[in-house]
Design a protein around this ligand. Sequence first.
Ligand code: NAD
Length: 329
Amino acid sequence: MRVLLFSSQHYDQESFTQATGHSALDLHFQPARLTLDTAPLAQGYEVVCAFINDELDAQVLQRLAAGGTRLIALRSAGYNHVDLAAAQHLGLAVVRVPAYSPHAVAEHAVALILALNRRLHRAYNRTREGDFTLHGLTGFDLHGKTVGVVGTGQIGAAFARIMAGFGCELLAYDPYPNPELLALGARYLELPDLLREARIISLHCPLTEHTRHLINAQSLSQLQPGAMLINTGRGALVDTPALIDALKSGQLGYLGLDVYEEEAQLFFEDRSDLPLQDDVLARLLTFPNVIITAHQAFLTREALDAIAATTLDNIIRWAAGNPQNLVSG
Ligand code: NAD
């Protein structure tokens, strides 16, 4: 069976080639992102394997179905970028990787917190320039600080365990409280109360119509002055332009983003030779108390191996008429 992997990077080729072993799957790696323009590349491929910034709207799905595609195998947990109603209408099955390594994403969120708090990005540059002064590098003890976890599923729970290990007090917001968080001593609150009480807020909920712009000018105004916001969930959980005003006024003291609402045109590409056209991102990058990573929270060896193994298993089981990890609308 022929499988076309859109948006595939060198590390995808490595992990998928290793995981495919002697299976009958014929894998083809395509670095281009899936869009309406690139969809014809999938002509004759029964399976299209897509990642988070590939476009899977009704028009693209229609083009894929017309070219003979029957299965969309997502290499991600999130599926907010797929028009599921259109897929169903076209008879396209959609499968995903519900969990690969919650630790990878949770640990990256913690890496952002530590780097922002102890200003490692600034210290790294400073010492390399021969400047060994410490002004402007004062941090705070994480021990005893209040951390708000928004979305306490697999990643939120892994994150909460780590922060509990630092001696932080845990607050949580999720329509479905997780007993593991309660066992860690977390208090579930309504979102406005969590935003008011937490010194650090980390977003781990999916992007849905209810969570789009969950963090906006109004919710930012509820924060403690100087609070830290971490987003490793999805870019559109946050109304990004509102962050700029909050950073300028000092209401937001630290910002760590691994995801960005407009990332699809930028992330995973080397655009260092080109003028940055995105003025919001350009402004965010000027703040000394902001760290942006380009959707790399998932990027650990263990996560890549698990993504490849589950994706191939999803395809093989679907082909055998025994599908697993199906996504339905
Ligand atoms: P999960 O399904 O295990 O947990 C999601 C949790 O969010 C659930 O407990 C759910 O009840 C909760 N939730 C749903 N609606 C909510 C709302 N309105 N407010 C608060 N909580 C809400 O998913 P997970 O594996 O923990 O992943 C969480 C998200 O992380 C994914 O949806 C994805 O967008 C993101 N993610 C990012 C990366 C990355 O590399 N940056 C990698 C994987 C996943």
